[in-house]
Write a protein that binds this ligand. Structure first.
Ligand code: ADP
Length: 292
């Protein structure tokens, strides 16, 4: 059986609510005191392998890193279907909060529309609420997309729970920009599409890349919306912020032996099978991936 599928099993410590603890750590300012986290959570300090065959049958706890537009949401969502663990994107949590027009939304929309990062406090709060709600419904494990994005977020997460694998998706910056500019969402069904047709030549040792557009069905065509923060200026700013604040997070996980680098070879048809192969594909995975 695939290592991946062995992971999609009940968590051995789901009942310990590491995430509510995560909130408390942030507010009490103890996030950097990793020894105190280790005392509260004895599983900390265990060095997991990239794909864990855990004797306690715990679920996957994965993180997706990568610049805006790289495809974290696309691949995280496919893997979440495959493994039966929730895909939790902090960008989605922020957009839900914006749409709810609550007290936070005015403050958030200014930050997000300028391409800046929301404060660690707000993000941790949104993520904690989401994870606690999931836990109450019996969700186990997670694939986090867009979190952690700062060193502080990474240290807090590392202090309270054990991340098995951090997948770092990579693409050339000129392609990232084109992909972000082509992103569209159906305002009715929420489906994500991309109207960009990408064909870039090899450059400075990086290979040529072609990506066909991911076009919506006819009934979504008239309902497509573009994210307010997907303008050229804001995308470039987000990529700069990623390079400044989130590259160190890659290094944080690399030094802990958890980072798996994945250079996207092209669009979904080329990248998805290759990703499964890298993540330890076998016959079961092939069957499941056809359905994902
Ligand atoms: P991107 O396409 O830039 O990866 P996301 O959908 O992940 O976009 O996030 C949208 C916006 O939500 C970000 O530009 C940022 O303002 C905010 N955001 C999402 N996740 C985080 C985070 N972990 N820390 C701070 N801000 C975040």
């Amino acid at each position: 059986m695939a290592a991946l599928t062995r992971l999609a099993k009940p968590s051995s410590f789901a009942s310990r609510s590491p995430i509510s603890y995560l909130s408390r750590c942030l507010y009490s300012g103890v996030a950097s005191e990793s020894s105190s986290h280790a005392a509260s959570y004895p599983h900390l300090g265990r060095k997991p392998s990239r794909v864990v065959n855990d004797p306690n049958n715990r679920s996957v706890q994965w993180v997706f890193l990568g610049s805006p537009g790289v495809g974290k949401g696309t691949y995280a969502s496919r893997l979440s279907n495959l493994l039966g663990v929730p895909h939790i994107a902090t960008g989605d949590l922020v957009r839900e909060e914006l749409a709810a027009s609550g007290p936070l939304s005015q403050q958030l929309s200014e930050i997000v529309n300028q391409g800046k990062l929301v404060s660690d406090e707000i993000i941790i709060n949104l993520l904690s609420k989401r994870l606690e709600a999931g836990e109450a419904k019996g969700e186990l494990g997670f694939i986090l997309d867009g979190f952690p994005r700062t060193m502080r977020q990474a240290e807090i997460l590392e202090g309270v729970t054990d991340i098995d694998l951090v997948l770092n998706l990579k693409l050339r910056e000129d392609v990232l920009l084109e992909k972000c500019l082509g992103r569209r969402t159906c305002g009715q069904c929420g489906g994500n599409f991309n109207v960009a047709s990408i064909n870039v030549k090899g450059l400075n040792g990086s290979p040529a890349i072609s990506m066909a557009p991911l076009l919506p069905p006819q009934h979504c065509m008239s309902k497509l919306v573009t994210r307010a923060d997907d303008t050229e200026e804001v995308i470039k700013h987000r990529i700069d912020i990623y390079n400044e604040k989130s590259r160190p997070v890659e290094e944080f996980y690399r030094s802990r032996g958890k980072l798996l680098e994945f250079d996207l070879p092209g669009g979904i048809p080329e990248s998805w099978p290759k990703l499964l192969e890298v993540l330890d594909r076998d016959d079961y995975m092939e069957q499941q991936s056809a359905a994902a």
